[in-house]
Design a protein around this ligand. Structure first.
Ligand code: AMP
Ligand code: MG
Length: 350
């Protein structure tokens, strides 16, 4: 209980509001946690047809804030109380009887690393620390990048129900590419189990929807225009699942007129030099959508198309390219994507 109270203090519940949108009435709450703003938007009607009271909504949001704080404590690389922080900072360290949820995220990260041939790497913490993109750089030396690359290697990390152990003191785990999607999934599962008829959560750029509207209409998710982030490039309509977006416009710093963004190519140790500027992945699992959007950005247009055709991972994607094209994978029906900006042209994937 004490732990829960502390968590709620760290995670702030911000504005609450009641919104009407296209004839539907929503309860909205913004929560600050995991270094970002998280939105919970629920239909004001419960599945049994009754109205959700303000008090009930506030209880649901308190529990969401608890889930968010718990996940931050498990997966943050900079919260000193987080399990990952402990492993990263403790030299050749070990955690005995690790948290089961943390293990499941590590397994999902390992699986993604395998399926993307290393485009996703959950041990690139030395590189993300070195580039310090959120702190504004500066661009590291080639020697420092080469050194950090030596410590980017998942074979240095071993995990099981018994322990998480590291054989290289300088190898650092970074779950920044998957933690938000995992959290979106957990929030959706919790809210759907509490008798809410439908709604959505948005954990920064990982969005999850659940339930179905009375008129069976889809949820329309706006995809940010990378060249003008106050605008929307297009809308993707979905009935269920998770959408995660990764883009070079999300976090970056500039030096000598060049942009250095936060998605690192584990093969070079540098911000991925990709022909993609933004990719939205739609999958039926939050962790997969999140980790895959980061991976596809690194893999580029051709790599994405190859992975899609292999059928190894079940997903759909909307890619915005450097050249101003919007590319849709085969499973996205024409009527499910609406272009909102005529500076882009839309085509199907090759
Ligand atoms: P996202 O915004 O979901 O694409 O995730 C980006 C975050 O994931 C970065 O801030 C890093 O913490 C981490 N990251 C960067 N590059 C990679 C990569 N290639 N594989 C896995 N995680 C990454
Ligand atoms: Mg991601």
């Amino acid at each position: 209980m004490i732990k829960r109270i502390v968590s709620l203090i760290v995670t702030l519940l911000l504005a609450f509001s009641l919104t009407s949108c296209g004839g539907e009435e929503y309860l909205d709450q913004v929560i600050y946690g995991m270094d970002t703003y998280i939105t919970v938007r629920l239909s004001s009607e419960a599945s049994d047809g009754s109205k959700i009271s303000e008090e009930r909504f506030s209880e649901l949001c308190d529990e969401c804030a608890y889930i968010i704080a718990k996940n931050e404590r498990l997966m943050s690389s900079h919260d000193e109380d987080a399990q990952i922080y402990g492993i990263n900072s403790g030299g050749v360290s070990m955690i005995l009887s690790p948290n089961k949820e943390l293990l499941s995220v590590l397994r999902a990260a390992e699986d993604m690393e395998e399926k993307t041939d290393g485009a996703f790497s959950y041990t690139l913490g030395a590189l993300t620390e070195l580039w310090n993109v959120s702190g504004g750089g500066p661009v590291p030396s080639d020697e420092a990048i080469a050194e950090a690359l030596l410590h980017t290697n998942s074979s240095s990390v071993e995990f099981s129900e018994e322990k998480i152990a590291k054989s290289d003191a300088d190898c650092k785990i970074d779950l920044g590419g998957i933690a938000k999607g995992h959290t979106a999934q957990e929030l959706v599962e919790y809210l759907a189990s509490e008798g809410v008829s439908y709604g959505l959560v948005s954990v920064s750029s990982s969005i999850g929807v659940f339930g179905s509207k009375d008129d069976a209409s889809p949820f329309k998710v706006g995809l940010t225009d990378p060249s003008d982030t106050s605008g929307v490039a297009g809308y993707l309509s979905i009935h269920s699942g998770f959408i995660s977006v990764s883009g070079s416009y999300e976090r970056y710093f500039e030096e000598n007129g060049q942009r250095y963004h936060h998605i690192i190519d584990p093969a070079t140790g540098c911000p991925a030099d990709s022909d993609i500027v933004s990719v939205a992945v739609w999958a039926n699992n939050g962790s997969v959508a999140d980790a895959l959007s980061t991976s596809l950005f690194v893999m580029g247009v051709d790599g994405t198309s190859e992975l899609y055709r292999s059928g190894e991972i079940d997903f759909e994607a909307v890619i915005i390219t450097e050249g101003g094209e919007i590319i849709l994978t085969d499973g996205i029906a024409e009527e499910d994507f609406e272009l909102a900006n005529d500076k882009y042209t839309v085509r199907k994937s090759n």
